[in-house]
Ligand binder design. Structure first.
Ligand code: GSH
Length: 206
């Protein structure tokens, strides 16, 4: 399998899941500005959406959408504990978290990556702070989003929350969330994925 990624972008989530699951993954870095890959491919010919992550399967099929790619990868390693069994209530609860991360957190950062007006930026930050407050409250009683076990939802949430560093968002009001980010960020397999993307030297993308 080959993961098309951009350093520190949302594609870090499937990269973390593969690392945690012990799956071997070929990586191809995408320049999102030129839409070309490090291997010299026209990325739009791989994924017409033009977005990472994109996972090329060994049979030539392409899977996109971070919230789906992480589930596919975790299902390749059923003993990893990264995702509950299909059809179980817990599986839907993980999907509930993935939907929240994708539509509220991930896309909530969207305006911060664009040259928008100060008012638009302020509004985006206001919405994000609401989500951070909710996460901070939730994490008062649990180590990870689903409780005591690290799942794909944590890989995705951590990836997106990591962008707070790049945007220099003050998180002092959310000590539980900060502790959670440190907890996830200190997992050896998470660090390995970040190291592979050159992020431990201080980089961070979106
Ligand atoms: N709906 C997609 C969105 C993925 C997405 O927004 N990817 C960003 C990086 S985090 C991207 O590749 N943007 C294209 C660009 O910046 O040109 C998903 O959830 O995976």
């Amino acid at each position: 399998m080959k993961l098309y990624y951009s350093a520190g972008a949302c594609s870090l989530a499937p990269h973390i899941v593969a690392s945690e699951a012990g799956l071997s993954l070929e990586l191809d870095k995408v320049n999102l500005t030129t839409k070309t890959t490090a291997s010299g491919r026209d990325f739009l010919s791989v994924n017409p959406k033009g977005d990472v992550p994109a996972l090329m399967l060994d049979n030539g099929e392409l899977l996109t959408e971070a919230s789906v790619v992480v589930q596919f990868l975790a299902d390749q390693a059923p003993g990893s504990g990264l995702i509950p069994r299909c059809g179980s209530l817990e599986r839907f609860q993980v999907q509930e978290w993935l939907a929240f991360v994708a539509s509220d957190l991930h896309k909530g950062f969207g305006p911060l990556w664009m040259p928008v007006s100060e008012e638009c930026r302020r509004m985006a930050l206001k919405l994000l702070h609401g989500h951070f407050a909710f996460l901070n409250l939730t994490l008062e009683s649990r180590a990870y989003l689903m409780g005591g076990t690290f799942t794909v939802a944590d890989a995705y949430a951590f990836t997106i929350l990591n962008w707070c560093r790049f945007h220099k968002i003050d998180l002092t009001a959310y000590p539980r969330m900060v502790a959670y980010m440190e907890r996830v960020g200190s997992r050896p397999k998470v660090r390995k994925a970040m190291e592979d993307e050159g992020l431990l030297a201080g980089g961070c993308g979106g």
